[in-house]
Design a binder for this molecule. Structure first.
Ligand code: KIV
Length: 291
């Protein structure tokens, strides 16, 4: 649902969707042209995820991504979004020091980059305090529990979280706590579908699943995975709707072959001089460089 005056997706609009049983669509976006397509296609939320470190900047994980990277890409996405809600992902170590630094970093997404909200991974006691402070400072926060990729050093590898009862209880508590301190939605990443169903039924705010089964209030995927434009391993939960890598590779190979054969550019891609201009140029060639 959108604000009827501006036609923009709003946070209360997302809550209404949950109440109405209408699914919320979320995709990651990192640049202007892609964000424009996703916005025009009616995607509700554009998440400028720190996954950009892996799918756009070529890092092995999300840890090296900086605030400057995130602000730069969020600005491009926000410039493109006419309807979608834009959420900026707070990168590793942008919310791990003091409360004041966290608020200052989060506010940059809103004031400088044009996002409407931020996302923060995790729900430790300290993290919950930070979320509360951000909400108090009028910065809407999307929570993120289950698999939190910024915890890769502690987790060892990306794997399902909450398959055992005790771990499931922990994820459920974290989601509940995020709602209690004011998160407007909670991402559930790589959790069993049964657990996501329980959390979705318990929470008043929407759950947005990625690798969390079909019962969440909304779904998010990394755009590059969805369109087949990412490199290497794809998690089980990804459904590839296109083969953009193949399309691009074939186009580039055809271009290179045309250049090598001298058939690109052809006449259709070339400019022409005005009638008589070439003859006049040639008649003066003693005074000018030979053409
Ligand atoms: O960084 C990201 O893209 C994310 C989503 C996968 C939820 O956090």
């Amino acid at each position: 649902m959108t604000d009827p005056k501006t036609d923009r997706v709003t946070i209360p609009g997302l809550w209404e969707k949950k109440s109405a049983g209408e699914r919320i669509t979320v995709l990651t976006a990192y640049d202007f042209p892609t964000a424009r397509i996703l916005d025009e296609a009616g995607i509700d939320v554009l998440l400028v995820g720190d996954s950009l470190g892996m799918v756009v900047l070529g890092y092995e994980n999300t840890l090296p991504v900086t605030m400057e990277d995130m602000i730069h890409h969020t600005k491009a996405v926000a410039r493109a979004a006419r309807r979608a809600l834009v959420v900026g992902d707070m990168p590793y170590f942008s919310f791990h020091l003091t409360k004041e630094e966290t608020i200052a970093n989060a506010s940059r997404f809103i004031k400088e980059a044009g996002a409407q909200a931020v996302k923060i991974e995790g729900a430790s006691r300290k993290r919950l305090g930070l979320v509360e402070s951000l909400v108090e400072a009028e910065i809407p926060v999307m929570g993120h529990v289950g698999l939190t990729p910024q915890s890769i050093a502690r987790l060892g590898r990306f794997r399902v979280q909450g398959a055992e009862a005790e771990a499931a209880r922990r994820v459920l508590d974290e989601a509940r706590n995020l709602e209690r301190v004011g998160a407007f939605a909670v991402v559930l990443e790589s959790v069993p579908r049964e657990l996501a169903k329980v959390i979705t039924a318990e929470l008043r705010v929407p759950t947005i699943g990625i690798g969390a089964g079909p019962h969440c209030d909304g779904q998010v995927l990394v755009f590059h995975d969805l369109v087949g434009y990412s490199d290497g391993y794809l998690p089980k939960f990804v459904k590839k709707y296109a083969d953009l890598q193949g399309v691009i590779r074939r186009a580039v190979e055809a271009y290179a072959a045309d250049v090598r054969k001298g058939v690109f550019p052809g006449d259709a891609q070339s400019y022409h001089m005005k009638p008589g201009a070439l003859a006049s140029l040639r008649s003066r060639r003693g005074r000018t460089r030979r053409v």
